[in-house]
Design a protein around this ligand. Structure first.
Ligand code: KG4
Ligand code: ZN
Length: 345
């Protein structure tokens, strides 16, 4: 079954065709991040306008036959996200489904991220570990807007275990990066700068030992997160000082360690509490190599199977939406689907 997946929740426009929920036939993403960079974050009105410009060219590029004859269904993420951006994808998908007379599936963007871990069949995307995740599993969805833990017993059977009480992990990466004078989006920038740490490590140890940050809530008996205190802690260290490169690098490294340790600790706790052997980590922050390494290290010690999407599929894309729709095939009336900016689980 070939599903056309459309993703327009924020500043990425994604259009993809996926076969049987796994094999990517085409996967095009256009990002307006270059416009938002100069504002240090996404400007919703601008993002919506860029979605309008991008969607038709991406559809034309995709391998869609005349009148969509090779497409079996149309899937779209209908929330959560920015209303202006969401509307572009949702209305486009509704129109295509209606004209082509093909089923329409509305996908929760966060659940879409989880299914990015099934997109591994195409040789181009093949990893060493080409196994697919098995249920029951714990999913950590960690992005710019969300940090949530889910227990998934099967496709469509999920239970929210906990999430952030304030800022999302990606949001804090973005804010700390901005304070450090790095560009948007902050996650990849923090990761890049932190990687330079060995170059500076011969420098005075006493100077850099000032920069150890707390791992928020890891000893609390719940599966919630809270990152705003950590953000304030880091920002207070940075404020009022022009920092040399080695200190910027050390702060980026120590901040990243604090976030990664917290995410790993709570996710493993969720798996153990629910007697689950598989963990799926998805969303923009799942692109982080340090998070990948530490999750795999702990997974090996705890005998857990850890799954991440390919790095390029961690950020928003249409393929994950098509995959989620295949495994949760619940068509809706194309005239009735509405964008839902505050959609939760
Ligand atoms: O999933 P996503 O593309 O959009 C949302 O649904 O929010 O996630 C974007 C977020 C941004 O906050 C970005 O800084 C973060 O993912 N991110 C990363 C990395 N790449 C993207 N965070 C840490 N390390 C990365 N390598
Ligand atoms: Zn996302």
């Amino acid at each position: 079954m070939l599903i056309l997946g459309i993703e327009t929740t924020c500043d990425e426009t994604g259009v993809a065709i996926v076969e049987d929920g796994k094999k990517i036939i085409s996967n095009f993403v256009s990002s307006s991040v270059f416009v938002h960079k100069k504002f240090g974050g996404v400007v919703p009105e601008v993002a919506a306008r860029e979605q309008i410009k991008a969607i038709i060219p991406l559809l034309k590029k995709s391998y869609i036959g005349r009148n969509g004859h090779n497409i079996d269904a149309v899937a779209v993420s209908y929330g959560p996200g920015l209303i202006g951006s969401l509307l572009i994808g949702v209305e486009t998908a509704k129109a295509l489904s209606y004209i082509w007379k093909k089923p329409l599936i509305g996908v929760n963007h966060l659940i879409g991220h989880v299914y990015s871990c099934w997109l591994q069949e195409n040789p181009k995307f093949q990893t060493q570990n080409s196994k697919f995740p098995e249920f029951p599993l714990v999913a950590l969805v960690v992005s710019g807007g969300h940090t949530d833990l889910l227990l998934m017993k099967d496709n469509g059977k999920y239970h929210w275990l906990g999430g952030t009480r304030d800022d999302a992990a990606g949001e804090v990466f973005d804010k700390v990066a901005r304070e450090l004078g790095l560009s948007y989006p902050g996650g990849p920038e923090i990761e890049r700068v932190a990687r330079n740490r060995p170059r500076f490590q011969s420098k005075s140890k006493s100077q850099i030992s000032n920069f150890k940050f707390t791992r928020p809530m890891i000893y609390k008996d719940n599966l919630d997160f809270s990152f705003s205190g950590l953000k304030t802690q880091v920002v207070n260290k940075i404020r009022n000082s022009k920092l040399p490169d080695d200190i910027i690098c050390e702060i980026a490294f120590q901040f990243q360690e604090a976030v990664v340790d917290t995410l790993v600790s709570k996710t493993v706790k969720a798996a153990k509490q629910n007697s689950v052997r598989s963990i799926v980590v998805a969303g923009g922050v799942a692109a982080n190599e340090r998070l990948r390494d530490k999750m795999h290290e702990v997974g090996a010690v705890e005998n857990l199977n850890i799954f991440f999407p390919e790095k390029e599929n961690s950020i928003d894309n249409g393929a994950m939406i098509a995959a989620a729709a295949y495994f949760n095939f619940l068509p809706v009336d194309p005239l009735k689907l509405l964008a839902d900016p505050a959609l939760h689980f």
